[in-house]
Design a protein around this ligand. Structure first.
Ligand code: PNS
Length: 160
């Protein structure tokens, strides 16, 4: 069985992420969505909340599980028996960042990264934009799965 890890912060998961996972499943039998920590980011949702939101958002796609990546991605991928890492690319700005991570992960763990070009109609979606729109009370419903839209509203209501 071919396994790939699709890692990210997923804070929160968006329709762009869901599309990348769905298309990744056409290449791999099983995709593990890895909710990881990016030291450069402040998170709106805890790792457990990000896992739950990803699970709810991906429940319609067979052969997908969601797990927390507790440390280095390469260690997690190796332990999971994954033959590749899958990442979505929206454009050149993503590529700069992803290229160095892909090379580093291959250097550290001999694991290849497979890039999936994001669908053009979803290329404007980023978790950081979603959070910014929510912060200023804009409309984010068509950028994220329904479970995520609900969770953001609840988070805003409790003002956390
Ligand atoms: O969605 P993001 O924040 O762009 O994803 C980046 C992420 C979380 C995949 C990356 O920071 C990561 O892999 N973190 C896990 C720890 C690790 O392996 N760091 C070295 C990666 S080069």
């Amino acid at each position: 069985m071919s396994i790939a890890v699709c890692p990210g912060s997923f804070d929160p998961i968006t329709l762009g992420h869901v599309d990348v996972v769905r298309r990744g499943r056409t290449m791999f039998d099983h995709i593990i969505v890895g909710v990881a920590h990016n030291a450069a980011k402040n998170y709106m949702f805890s790792p457990e909340e990000r896992v739950r939101l990803a699970q709810e958002s991906l429940e319609g796609i067979d052969g997908v599980t969601v797990e927390i990546v507790p440390g280095l991605l390469v260690d997690f991928a190796k332990q999971a028996g994954a033959s590749a890492i899958i990442k979505g690319l929206r454009g050149a700005a993503d590529f700069d960042n992803e290229q160095s991570m892909a090379l580093l992960n291959r250097h550290m763990g001999s694991i290849e990264t497979v890039f999936i070009m994001g669908a053009p109609h979803l290329a404007h979606i980023a978790s950081s934009y979603v959070k910014d729109i929510a912060r200023y009370s804009g409309d984010f419903d068509d950028l994220v799965p329904p479970a995520v839209a609900r969770a953001i509203r609840e988070r805003k209501d409790t003002n956390v």
